[in-house]
Design a protein around this ligand. Structure first.
Ligand SMILES: Cc1ncc(COP(=O)(O)O)c(C=O)c1O
Length: 378
C-alpha cells in the first residue's frame, strides 16, 4: 500500500535545513549519519508549535500535567501497558536524563552491550564511571553469562537500548525477563532507553521493560522521548519514569533538570502521544519500505556488504563492510572518496572498525545514490 506513506523532502529542500544532519558536511556529501528523518513532521505538532509562537508563549517550562497521561494512554493503546505515572520527571533530552540519573545515584560503573549507540559511550565518559562492555553475542542476543559476571563483580547499573541502536533489533519478552531477574538478584538498576520503541514495526512485539511485572518494577527506570520517533530532537524534551518500588532513585535528581527542558518540546511531546499516532503509523509504513529498498539495493550494488540485522524497528541499520576492501578505516574512505557520511562502527564500540551505521529514513533515490557512490569506490 503506497497510500499512507510520507514523501521525504527533496534533496534541494533538505539542503536548506539547518539541523546537524545538514550542517555537518559540505553539500557534496550525502548525510546518512545522525538519527534525523528526512520526512516532514506531523501536522498536529506543527500546530502546537505555531500556537505557542503565535501566543508569544516561549517562557520557561512550568508544570506540564498533560504529558504523563498522554504517554500512559499511548502506552496502553500501543503496548497494552499501564505505566505507574506517579514518578515522572522531565529532562531536556534522554542523554541528560540518563547522566543526571546516574549522577544522582552515585554510579561507579555501568554495563553496556556493544555494538551500541554512540551516545551511551559519550554520556558515560561525561561521568567518572567505568564502562563495562558485555558485547551482544554473534547472533545479537544478550550474553547473560557475561552480564551475570559483571553484576557479580559489583556493577550496579545496566544501560539497556531497546529497540537496539544500531541494529534495529527489538528484544523479546523472555530475554528481557531474564535480564530483569538477574538485575533483581544483584540489586542492580536497568535504565531502559526505549526512545525508538514507538517505531516498532507491525509483526514484532515491543515489550516495555517496566511492563514485565514485579522484577522489572523493582529494577527498572524508563528514559525516553518523542525526539526520535516524531523527529523532534531539536525541541529538547524527554522524561524518566519509574515505579513506586524504585521511587527512591528519583529523590536526588536535580530540580533544575525540569526547567532545562523546553516549553516547545514538552508540549509537542504531549501532542505527539495524543494526536501524532496517524503520522507515526504512516512513518512506520514509509520506513519499512525504505528498509526493504535498502536491503534490495545493498544486494544489487554492494553484494559483499552484509546487513547484520533486518531492522524490526527504527530507521538505522548496521552493516559489515569488511568484504568491500576499503582498507583499515572504511568509514573514512566512504566519507572522503564516496562522499557519503555514515556513523563509523567504532563509535558504537571500539572493535567495530569494519562496520558502519546507516540512517535510511530518507527517499529511495537518496538511498540508491548513497550506495551507488560507495559501489563506485569498491
Ligand atoms: C538509543 C538512543 N538514545 C538516545 C538518543 C538521543 O536522545 P536525546 O537526543 O533525547 O538525548 C538516541 C539518538 O539517536 C538514541 O538512538
Amino acid at each position: 500500500m503506497r497510500d499512507n506513506r510520507i514523501d521525504a523532502d527533496s534533496l534541494e529542500v533538505l539542503r536548506g535545513r539547518r539541523s546537524a544532519k545538514w550542517r555537518m558536511y559540505p553539500d557534496d556529501v550525502l548525510p546518512l549519519f545522525v538519527a534525523e528523518m528526512d520526512y516532514p513532521i506531523a501536522k498536529p505538532i506543527k500546530q502546537t508549535l505555531t500556537d505557542f509562537v503565535n501566543s508569544n508563549d516561549l517562557g520557561y517550562l512550568g508544570s506540564v500535567p498533560e504529558i504523563a497521561p498522554a504517554f500512559t494512554d499511548f502506552a496502553e493503546k500501543r503496548w497494552g501497558w499501564t505505566p505507574d505515572r506517579s514518578h515522572f520527571r522531565l529532562a531536556c533530552d534522554v542523554g541528560v536524563a540518563t547522566v543526571e540519573f546516574l549522577r544522582a545515584n552515585n554510579a561507579e560503573s555501568v554495563i553496556v552491550t556493544s555494538p551500541v549507540y554512540s551516545g551511551f559511550w559519550s554520556w558515560l565518559k561525561e561521568l567518572d564511571v567505568d564502562i563495562v562492555d558485555v558485547p551482544l553475542t554473534d547472533t545479537f542476543d544478550m550474553d547473560f553469562a557475561g552480564i551475570e559476571k559483571a553484576f557479580l563483580s559489583g556493577v550496579k547499573f545496566f544501560l539497556l537500548c531497546n529497540p537496539h541502536n544500531p541494529l534495529g533489533r527489538v528484544f523479546g519478552r523472555e530475554e528481557l525477563l531474564t535480564l530483569a531477574e538477574l538485575a533483581d538478584k544483584f540489586g542492580a538498576t536497568v535504565i531502559a532507553d526505549e526512545i525508538h520503541a514507538p517505531l516498532t514495526f507491525p509483526g514484532t512485539e515491543f515489550v516495555p521493560y517496566l511492563s514485565l511485572g514485579p522484577v522489572a518494577e523493582r529494577t527498572g527506570v524508563l528514559v525516553t522521548s518523542t525526539s526520535k520517533s516524531w523527529n523532534l530532537a531539536g525541541l529538547k524534551a524527554a522524561f524518566l519514569l519509574t515505579h513506586e518500588d524504585k521511587a527512591a532513585t528519583f529523590e536526588k535528581l536535580p530540580a533544575s533538570m525540569h526547567y532545562r527542558a523546553s516549553i516547545l518540546g514538552a508540549f509537542s511531546m504531549a501532542t505527539a502521544y495524543t494526536e501524532g499516532v496517524p503520522w507515526l503509523d504512516s512513518t512506520i509504513e514509509t520506513i519499512i519500505a525504505a528498509r526493504d529498498h535498502l536491503a534490495t539495493e545493498l544486494e544489487r550494488l554492494l553484494p559483499n556488504a552484509k546487513l547484520e540485522w533486518l531492522p524490526d524497528a527504527g530507521y538505522l541499520a548496521w552493516i559489515d563492510v569488511s568484504g568491500l576492501g576499503l582498507g583499515e578505516t572504511p568509514n573514512e574512505r566512504i566519507l572522503t572518496d564516496a562522499k557519503v557520511a555514515l556513523v563509523a562502527g567504532t563509535q558504537c564500540g571500539p572493535e567495530y572498525v569494519n562496520h558502519v551505521r546507516i540512517n535510511f529514513a530518507t527517499s529511495h533515490d537518496i538511498i540508491t545514490e548513497a550506495l551507488e557512490r560507495i559501489a563506485a569506490i569498491v
